[in-house]
Design a binder for this molecule. Structure first.
Ligand code: FAD
Length: 307
């Protein structure tokens, strides 16, 4: 019951102000956010790759309100790519982007987001890596998929994300699997109405399995974004049945969540990519992590009280 309340708070400026300055916040934020700057995140990337993990890097930020902020988001990713170039990690360090951070919700936002994300995708390709477009709330997805398709004309390795809780997603999965795309499947982290999304956890899990099956049997590259042990076991079985080798799909988990499992799956020979978020505009990302597991909220509440 708490999840939807926290998700509603994730869009409140008043809550943002309160949470951002509350004593004890930093301690909890640090569990999910790998640092504030690219200089903080580089050692974390190297530590992960030393352990046999791969990463996808997210400069946190979303729902920006000016064109200048959208350009600043593009520049932050270009700066990240300049740092990654020196590390020579290729696809072991890719990037995830939220198009709302690139201006998607502003006037002419579709064109603006495409214009801002294209140089990032080009620069990523120039250093031998790639970009995945995150999925945000359902109102943004037609634009996200159109941008994905446009980018794939020149950069076919560009990935995108689909969300199992949405009714539309099985059809999206079929289309993307047939086109040979890289696709991350996740349960979905936004507050969505019953008119467009399953509300029941069991229904979401069943949809997730149906969608994984479509992706595993298709021509693309499935990226299984989940910490759910049952879904991870089912993914392995579906991959085996579809005749996929260990390097023909991958698992993805979030930085700070089930870290032992990251290492265990990598040690079994799986490709395991850790979604590593960093930056200063962490509020929306952080609140979604609280919403996913109400116990996190308890921990957060305690750390505020004990400060
Ligand atoms: P759950 O049933 O929520 O969790 C399974 C178990 O994992 C829990 O019992 C718990 O032990 C652990 N766990 C899960 N979440 C947390 C947490 N926050 N804190 C502590 N423990 C936790 N969503 C989008 O809408 N768009 C995206 O683009 C997107 N990208 C993602 C990328 C990756 C790599 C991952 C892993 C998730 C992404 N998500 C995205 C979030 C996703 O939609 C889910 O909200 C999130 O993954 C929780 O679902 P779960 O599959 O882990 O299963």
């Amino acid at each position: 019951m708490l999840g939807p309340v926290i998700l509603a708070a994730s869009r409140s400026d008043q809550m943002r102000r309160f949470v951002s300055v509350a004593p004890g916040t930093k301690q909890v934020v640090d569990r999910f956010i790998a640092g504030e700057t690219v200089e903080h995140v580089v050692p974390i990337v190297l530590d992960a790759t030393d352990k046999g993990l791969e990463v996808t890097l997210d400069v946190v930020g979303e729902d920006i309100t000016t064109r200048e902020q959208a350009c600043a988001a593009r520049d932050a990713y270009l700066d990240l790519i300049a740092h990654l170039k020196d590390l020579g990690l290729g696809t072991k360090a890719e990037m995830s982007v939220k198009l709302s951070m690139f201006g998607q919700a502003l006037e002419d936002g579709h064109e603006l987001a495409l214009a801002n994300v294209r140089p990032v995708v080009e620069a990523a390709a120039a250093i031998g890596t790639t970009v995945t477009l995150d999925a945000e709330d359902h109102t943004t997805l037609d634009s996200m998929f159109a941008i994905h398709e446009e980018l794939r004309k020149d950069f076919p390795q560009t990935g995108c994300v689909i969300q199992a809780y949405l009714f539309r997603t099985e059809a999206d999965a079929r289309r993307l699997a047939a086109s040979g795309s890289r696709v991350r499947i996740v349960k979905g982290a936004y507050k969505e109405p019953a008119s467009v999304a399953h509300q029941d956890k069991g229904e979401i899990d069943k949809a997730y399995v149906r969608i994984m099956k479509i992706l595993m049997e298709g021509d693309g590259y499935p990226m299984i974004g989940s910490h759910d042990p049952r879904l991870i076991a089912i993914a392995q079985e579906l991959a085996r049945r579809a005749g996929r080798k260990l390097d023909e799909y991958e698992f993805q988990m979030l930085y700070g969540i089930r870290s032992d499992e990251h290492v265990r799956l990598a040690a079994e020979g799986h490709r395991m990519r850790v979604y590593t978020a960093y930056g200063t505009d962490w509020y929306g990302y952080f609140m979604r992590r609280l919403a996913e597991k109400p116990a996190n909220l308890l921990f957060f509440g305690r750390s505020i009280i004990t400060k």
